[in-house]
Each structure stands twice: as C-alpha cells, then as structure tokens.
Design a protein around this ligand. Structure first.
Ligand code: MRU
Length: 353
C-alpha cells in the first residue's frame, strides 16, 4: 500500500527536517533541527504537530542530542537528561510524546555500558524504527477502520489526523485513504478547526494532494449538516485515550461527538495503541494544554478582536467514552465496555511505560 504523498519528517543524517506546518498550504518548506532544543521548539510552535508526529520528532530529538554530545566530546550521561527534560516539557497532552521518550530512554539504559558512540548509533536506529513503524501502524489501522465504512459515504473529520499528524498515512485520514484504496467512495467534510485551522489548512490540502473529495465547513456548521442527514460517520484522531475510553483530541471534538450522538451517527476514534494511556483512570486526569491567547484573537498576523478582551484557549477537550462508537487501532477495533477492551489491546503485545 502506498504511503501518503506528504513527507512530514525526514532524517538527513545529522539533522531532522520537518515540513513547517505553520506555512501550509501557502508554502511547502522544510525546517532543519540540529539539536534537541530546536526539536522541542518546533513541537511547541506547531512546526510539527499531531500526536504520533510529535512522538517521532521527539525520538529524533534524543538521537540528535546523542550525536551532538559525541561531536562536543560530552558524555551522554550529562547531555541526555537535559534533552529528555526539554522535549518532555514541549507539549503536555499527546501521550505519544512521552511514549516515544520512554522508548528512547529504555534503548539508552539497555546499552549504558557500551561506548557512547555505539549508544548514539543505537538511538538513531531506534528513532528511525519509531518512524517506520508508525507508517506501518497507520496502514494497518487504516485497513481495519475502512471495513467499518459503507461503500459510499460522507465522513466528517475534525482537526488533522492525516499524514501530516503522523510519520505518514495518518490515523483518521488513514482510514479514509484505505477505504478509497479499497474502492469505496468517500467524501470528506472537514471542520476548519479554529483556532489554528488544522482542518482548513492541513486536512483540506492533504486530501487535495491525493484527489480525495473534500468539502470545508465552518466548525459551527457540523451539527446542521448532521441534522440534514448529510453526514454518515465521523472519524477523528486522538492525543490520549484514558483507561476507561475517554478521548482527548483537538478542542471541538466533544461538540462534534455530542451532535453525532444526538443524530445517531457513528463516531469513530482512530489511533495507534501508543495513544492509549492506561495509567490514567479517566479523561478528567488528562492534562489539557492551554495555548497563547493570540491564537484566538486572530491568525497569521491579523487580529480581529478588541484589545484587552479576556481569552481562554484550551487546545484539546475530552470526549466521554459513552459517545465513542469504536476505537480503531492497529491491533483491532475496540467497543464498549472500553476498560476491558483497552486493557486487552495494550496487554496483547506487552506495551511497557
Ligand atoms: O494541536 P495539534 O494540531 O497537535 O492537535 C492535533 C490533534 O488534535 C489530532 O487530532 C491528534 O493529535 C491526532 S493526530 C493523528
């Protein structure tokens, strides 16, 4: 199965290149990161965003820190702890970031007695493995999710859970790609996704690249289209899923799920097993990032709000498990009761934290 045309991250030997998602769709430009602090900054500023893509970038950040330490004759034991700290502080909600850092730490600790140069080479290989595995994971969950869609359907999505949000192919958009590849006719309705417009800028652009039909709507139009029978299913990605099946995803997802429930429309969440966080009992425990007021006051230099107005800018919200029709992962499709289903998915391959 072909990977998506968009290359979100690429490893170029001693630097990580990231498509600068802040510039899309006007410009396709890559930004080079040479050390962990540049990667952390790119994550914080949304150069790279989307839970799995953030995890991959952070893994490369650790690899870069190890290579740089070697070049500066600095021991890994003094360079790496700071790199882990910087990257872990970049964004709080997407658990894939912490999952990838934990995997890199295990790789480091397992080889602590080897020479630093050899450890650095292993860390680069581990980051590359996380990158490659993510594409395969998305392709697999895409195939499983595609089976849930009818032969012809209109699917609403919120934010961008596509190739741009992952190492490639996408989760929610991976399901759509796989359905199209299987010969189904899928029309996508993309919420624009205020405040930073991941739907309008990224999802619309990404789908246009592959000629998958996409119609953009204002966020507030989703309920109206549902009430008119113009949406057959909703598929979104996730930043973190708690043990009970509550889902943190881009702010606005909860309203979409509530409206879908009201109209009897299936609401699917597509995510890799690395997004499941069984250490948290429910969504109430998920840390929700609050971002800068400027994102709500305007966009891209334009500001349309009166100076001094109070602003709240939670970047994510939590959709209760009872509104989720199914969770689509690479290890299978889970349905309520989620507590058991999620434990099974996580336990299957012995995921460790
Ligand atoms: O703030 P963002 O753009 O990083 O938020 C991204 C989302 O909410 C995505 O839906 C989620 O990370 C899933 S990506 C496969």
């Amino acid at each position: 199965m072909a990977a998506a045309a968009v290359e979100t991250l690429r490893w170029a030997g001693e630097r990580l290149e990231l498509i600068d998602q802040r510039l899309l769709p006007q410009r396709v430009e890559y930004r080079a990161c040479h050390d962990a602090s540049e990667v952390a900054e790119a994550i914080r500023n949304l150069v790279v965003r989307g839970a799995p893509a953030i995890g991959c970038a952070a893994a490369y950040g650790i690899a870069l820190a190890a290579l740089r330490a070697g070049a500066m004759h600095q021991p890994l034991s003094s360079a790496l702890p700071l790199a882990f700290e910087l990257l872990a502080a970049s964004r709080p909600t997407a658990v894939n970031l912490f999952w990838a850092l934990a995997r890199m730490r295990r790789c480091w600790e397992a080889r602590a007695i080897e020479p630093d140069a050899s450890v650095a080479a292993h860390l680069v290989a581990e980051a590359r493995a996380i990158h490659t595995e993510d594409v395969a994971t998305n392709q697999r969950l895409g195939r499983l999710g595609a089976e849930l869609l009818p032969a012809s359907c209109r699917v609403l999505t919120h934010c961008n859970a596509g190739a741009l949000a992952t190492a490639g192919y996408g989760t929610a958009l991976g399901v759509i790609r796989a359905a199209v590849a299987a010969g189904k006719h899928v029309e996508v309705i993309a919420d624009e996704t205020r405040p930073v417009l991941q739907g309008a800028r990224l999802t619309a652009w990404e789908l246009q690249q592959e000629r998958i039909p996409v119609t953009l709507i204002a966020d507030g139009a989703a309920g109206y289209l549902m009430s008119r029978g113009e949406i057959d299913a909703v598929i979104v990605g996730a930043d973190r899923v708690a043990a009970n099946g509550d889902v943190a995803n881009k702010v606005g997802t909860y309203m979409v799920a509530t409206a879908a429930h009201r109209h009897g429309i299936p609401f699917y969440v597509a995510c890799p097993v690395s997004t499941l966080d069984i250490s948290l009992a429910s969504g109430a425990d998920i840390p929700i990032e609050e971002r800068a007021p400027a994102e709500v006051l305007g966009f891209n230099g334009a500001s349309w709000s009166p100076a001094g107005v109070a602003v709240r800018n939670p970047a994510f919200d939590v959709t209760p498990a009872e509104l989720v029709t199914a969770l689509i992962t690479e290890r299978g499709v889970a349905r309520a009761p989620y507590l058991d289903a999620i434990r099974k998915l996580v336990g299957l391959a012995g995921v460790r934290w």
